[in-house]
Design a protein around this ligand. Sequence first.
Ligand code: F6R
Length: 589
Amino acid sequence: MCGVFGYVGPRREIGPAILGALKALEYRGYDSWGVAVPADGTIAVQKETGKIGGASVNLPPATRGFGHTRWATHGGVTVENAHPHLDCGGRVAIIHNGIIENFRPLRAELEARGHQFRSDTDSEVVAHLIEEFLDEGCTLLHATRNAFQRLHGLNAVIAMSVDGDELIATKSMSPLVVGIGSDGSATIASDAMALQGFASDLHYLEDDEIAWIGAGEIAVYERDSLRPRSVSLVPLPLEERDLSLNGHQHYMSKEMAEQPDVLDRLATQSEPMIRELARAIEDSYGTFLTGCGTASYAALTGSYLFSRIAAWHVNFVVGSEFKYHEHFLRDRSFVLALSQSGETADILEAMRAARQHGSRLGALVNTRNSTLDRMADLSVHLDAGPEQCVLSTKAYTAKVSVLLMTAYALAGRAMEGQLLVSRAATAMREMLAPAWVDRVRATAEAIRDANHLFVIGRGLSYPTALEAALKIKEVSYVHAEGFAGGELKHGVIALITEGTPCVVYAPNDETRADIISGAMELRSRGGFMIGIGSENDPVFDIFLETPDVGDASPLVQALPAQMLGYHLALLRGYDPDKPRNLAKSVTVK
Ligand code: F6R
């Protein structure tokens, strides 16, 4: 969480360019932002709360500087707590991503030595630590290294002083990528996406590295010894460049609409990786699927698919709980982590635990060169293109498609899996047509004032119900909960009152009769029934008909919930791309 960007180079008025780059990083947090540049023996800082929107930078001209967009962890959303943070004398500035677990003792120690703090953040200690090391005569490189060594936790820090034409950056798990431009500039950011228009080649900083960034040149050192390391440059990936809305009002609707193409591409081009993934599962003594949030629901869907299609048992553990299950891991275990960003801290921690047990690591990941991608022994790339909306849509259906095809490959019926994914893509294209969209919008109108909403599904539709509820609540702020259809009568039904919207997944599979009975029980208690499936039933007040695509039903069933959430958000006046309190890349535990 939090986005950082820094620049050293020939541009004379760098403030506005830094702000532009921060916009590309706002998906990592948008509580507040700030920019700093050196000016007249001190560091000039501009900080504001809220999203960047149409803001402009009003700072002195400079050829070097950095900026930060924040997702608050320690300290409320205030101008004082926004980054960059300065040392006592205003001669050192830092930006930080992560959580400094030992900031309290560090702060107490620094305050006892007379340092004046201006914020409630954990981050500010870094500026004061660097100040002390500079006062002892260290270079900025040494001072930043020494300060970083005092921090506990997963952190990324970029430091700048009024002196020297340089930035210093280092990290542990939180991502940082350094860029070299053809115009004599060098840049650094949390994500390669922010380096578009600046860099042509990238170096992904490793956890034990520290980088010196000067105009058009970078040097990388092993952090503890400060021994020089070779810089391994890779070209800025082309797909990072397309960030247009492509005629859509929001990234969420653009990314929902891209799903059929993503699925078609996976169906036609992913066979070799699917076979390799199926082999890794077959060769293992136990496969674990893990992910967080939406990715966890894709993983849970996978466990149902492997069971019904290939009669193959896989374990599912939600990412943030994985470390409490690591006792089951062996050197022949295979741990497959699902992640859009490849930077989710809980997932990286799970993978580190699995690595310690000698297990084989797999990744189903959208962002190439992300930490997870680089860590895995076997990476399957979703190649769904950048997801800019904070909500995950196309990466979810891409993950489910890969798992569906892998289950079919395990069952020795790979071609069937590919055909099903193509059929789902065609079905989703039909569902994105105006008549279908109008129907979803009308459904959203009917429930726009609801405070609570329940989603139920059984079997393969159970994880879809969980994902549907997450999608609806995070974007529209309607409290939505997903349940296994059979569980309602065990307590949840107490919450159903006259008019409570209940979304029911009723596909044509073995769950149909039971889920319709459950729907009737809800209706008898006043539930306003919204059915999703390929065959209507009188129990439903509204029915959203989806094409019947058999085992690929989780793909087509995901779309109505995405669309419903989107239209509810618009009707209720919320920004679907940046819901409150969220960030796209959850790099803190
Ligand atoms: C929900 C959503 C989150 C992410 C979760 C994991 O729409 O986007 O629940 O799915 O934070 O993120 P990744 O997939 O990047 O590991």
